[in-house]
Design a protein. Structure first.
Length: 672
């Protein structure tokens, strides 16, 4: 028998007996999603693959791993403390001492819901009561149906900079082996309850920046879009609202409006928001049920499963952001009752409603990545979408610019007009968005290649014809992948899994068992990272040693080279110069990271100690780390510090005290 605790939150808590002990089981808790964690962005491919990887406990995935009270650390008060290792360094939870001291339960029945990995968190309430302290806080939160942050811990491998989930990432990391899930009664996780993770995640503003509030709706279905009124009422007023051109132009108008209102400053916020919206647009896919096989259409977007619903009348920038963050997908009411009515409208007089119908028809029947906007009056070909649909194969793969002739012409017209408009306007934000959109539409062509082809400063003419010619040439590169990928990439792609695993294990400390659980893409990416690091000279791709870095070196932003270096007397060849630059960059990054960690440490000391206040921050910043450690111990053993970045390949640490080379580093997502 078990008792379900029903509260006002979103998480079901089951109260049950196991082997004579009382257990509280939080059901279907979002524990991790593709996001920026402490050591960089963890792509969806890696997050999903982690469910099939061998974990540190000998099982598979997150199920069977330990639910711990906070993250286990290398601290003197614990039996596993190793004085030879950095104080505060993360420790594997797959350790008998850790489980006896901090183990609260285990993770069960994980699954992927399309956005998060969800799992049940089983907590031994009787054991937690015996442990006392913060363990009791965990039980109280579960019993009272209160939000509770969680944080994953895993062994990770650094991925090379590149395109992950639609955006370039300078820092990215793959999950190699799941280890544990920390329950954080008094600290936020990197993927916090505000972000949709943890027990009872909230639906609340994600952030407020320069007055622009971004709202996330997580854990529930957005309000349905009413369709009681005439579905075609607003078709003329708001034509092709879900087409690429219409959406991009609406964003442009909203950008100008926000600038006029002074909402957006000059700090780069608008560029980032534009990129975020672009990613959401690029990921749009027409649902299979947009036009059913029976010719009947759903009345509203609410009838399409697994889609965020956005009323076209309220498609403001804020609504776009909300939909982008909550599901990365868009849909909306369709203003026609049947497919035949849509076709009739396309064959008749060209108007706004006909253009909208054409867009949806094309998206549904040709498998487009998004409903394309198409003005038939501007098209040079006489073949209509309705005519080309006669012999259409419903099983055609997703379209791109290299599709059938008619679709190819339609898209060249669209992109020629859109890109020419954006380039002529000269708005850097919109040019950047258009570049990324075009890249997302052309598999095999990266964003940098698009930027090179459509750099307004390098183009003699930016009219539609000239842009269309460039797009046509760029489309040809899809069939010549070597034009925009290096040799290492294709060498990796052409190797079979066994060869990849052999080379990775030979050049890193990653175990074969962990690699065998990776998906193909994640395995190839890990191999590329290992190969790249192995070829960079003295760095073996396993550990980054930064012991010789002055913790305060980041204070002087102009001191990029040692003061006693006479640059006029240095004679180096190109490779030596590149190596020197890389070395200086690595030192600066490490120094800046150390200073950032020290700043956070000082902030925490001031916040948690009655002996220090804001006026003491400058003095504390000049205090040696060893002295700060003594101050921390005086404050209390619950004090936790953020981590430095980990090594290039092999296990990666995301939380810890000082920058140091480490043999076993763990990925965690806690914010201290």
């Amino acid at each position: 028998m078990h008792l379900t605790i029903n509260g006002s939150g979103h998480t079901e808590i089951v109260d049950e007996q196991r082997d004579g002990d009382r257990w509280l089981v939080a059901k279907d808790v979002p524990i991790v999603k593709p996001t920026d964690l402490s050591n960089g962005y963890v792509p969806e491919e890696s997050v999903r693959a982690s469910m099939n990887q061998e974990n540190t406990h000998g099982g598979t995935g997150w199920s069977g791993t330990t639910a711990t009270l906070n993250h286990p650390r290398n601290l003197p008060e614990f039996s596993w403390h190793n004085p030879a290792r950095p104080t505060g360094e993360p420790v594997l939870a797959a350790n008998d001492d850790v489980q006896e001291t901090l183990g609260l339960g285990e993770i069960e029945d994980e699954y992927w819901d399309g956005t998060y990995i969800r799992a049940d968190i089983a907590v031994n309430a009787d054991r937690a009561e015996e442990m006392g302290g913060e363990a009791v806080d965990v039980v109280d939160a579960l019993e009272n149906n209160e939000p509770l942050d969680v944080s994953t811990q895993y062994i990770g491998a650094q991925l090379p900079p590149g395109e992950y989930d639609g955006r370039h990432r300078d820092q990215a990391e793959a999950i190699v082996a799941p280890d544990s899930l920390a329950l954080l009664p008094n600290a936020p996780g990197q993927c916090s309850v505000e972000d949709g993770c943890g027990v009872n995640p909230v639906s609340a503003p994600l952030a407020t920046a320069n007055g622009l509030e971004i709202t996330v709706n997580t854990g529930h279905t957005p309000a349905d879009v009413s369709n009681e009124a005439d579905p075609t009422a607003n078709a003329t007023e708001d034509p092709v609202w879900s087409g690429l051109g219409g959406m991009l132009r609406r964003i442009a108008a909203d950008i100008e409006d926000l600038k006029d209102r002074g909402v957006v400053g000059d700090d780069g916020l608008m560029r980032q928001l534009s990129i975020d919206i672009n990613e959401a647009i690029g990921m749009w896919k027409a649902h299979d049920e947009t036009m059913g096989g029976d010719g009947e259409l759903p009345e509203t977007a609410a009838d399409l499963p697994d889609r965020a619903t956005v009323n076209r009348d309220d498609l403001s920038r804020e609504a776009l952001l909300q939909a982008a963050i909550s599901s990365n997908q868009f849909t909306g009411p369709f203003p026609f009752d049947s497919k035949s009515e849509c076709i009739d409208r396309m064959e008749g007089e060209v108007d706004d409603a006909g253009a909208l119908c054409n867009a949806w028809y094309t998206a549904d029947n040709e498998g487009a990545d998004w409903p394309v906007e198409y003005d038939a009056s501007a098209n040079s070909t006489e073949t209509t979408a309705a005519e080309s649909a006669v012999d259409h194969d419903s099983e055609t793969d997703e379209m791109n610019l290299t599709g059938n002739a008619t679709s190819h012409e339609l898209r060249l017209d669209l992109w020629g007009d859109l890109m020419a408009d954006v380039l002529e306007d000269g708005d850097e934000d919109m040019i950047h968005v258009a570049h990324r959109l075009l890249a997302s539409e052309m598999p095999g062509v990266d964003v940098q290649t698009v930027r090179d082809h459509f750099d307004p400063e390098e183009m003699d003419d930016v009219d539609t014809a000239a842009v269309r010619e460039r797009i046509s040439g760029l489309a040809d590169t899809i069939n010549n992948p070597g034009s925009n990928k290096d040799d290492d990439y294709y060498n990796t792609a052409n190797m079979d899994r066994e060869d990849l695993i052999e080379e990775i294990t030979a050049n890193s400390n990653i175990k074969r068992e962990s690699l065998e659980g990776m998906g193909d893409t994640c395995l190839q990416t890990t191999h590329e990272s290992i190969v790249a690091n192995d070829g960079d000279g003295p760095d073996d791709g396993t550990d980054t040693t930064t012991d010789d870095v002055d913790p305060d070196a980041g204070a002087d932003d102009d001191d990029d080279v040692d003061a006693d270096t006479d640059s006029d007397t240095i004679v180096v060849d190109k490779s030596e110069l590149e190596s020197l630059i890389d070395e200086q960059v690595e030192k600066r990054v490490a120094a800046n990271e150390q200073r950032r960690t020290k700043e956070q440490r000082v902030e925490s000391i001031v916040a948690n100690s009655a002996e220090y206040d804001a006026d003491d921050k400058a003095e504390l910043m000049e205090t040696p780390d060893s002295v700060l450690e003594n101050i921390e111990r005086g404050i209390g053993s619950s004090f936790q510090m953020p981590a430095s970045t980990g090594p290039d390949a092999g296990p990666t640490a995301n939380t810890g005290d000082d920058v140091d080379d480490t043999d076993v580093d763990l990925g965690t997502g806690v914010i201290d």
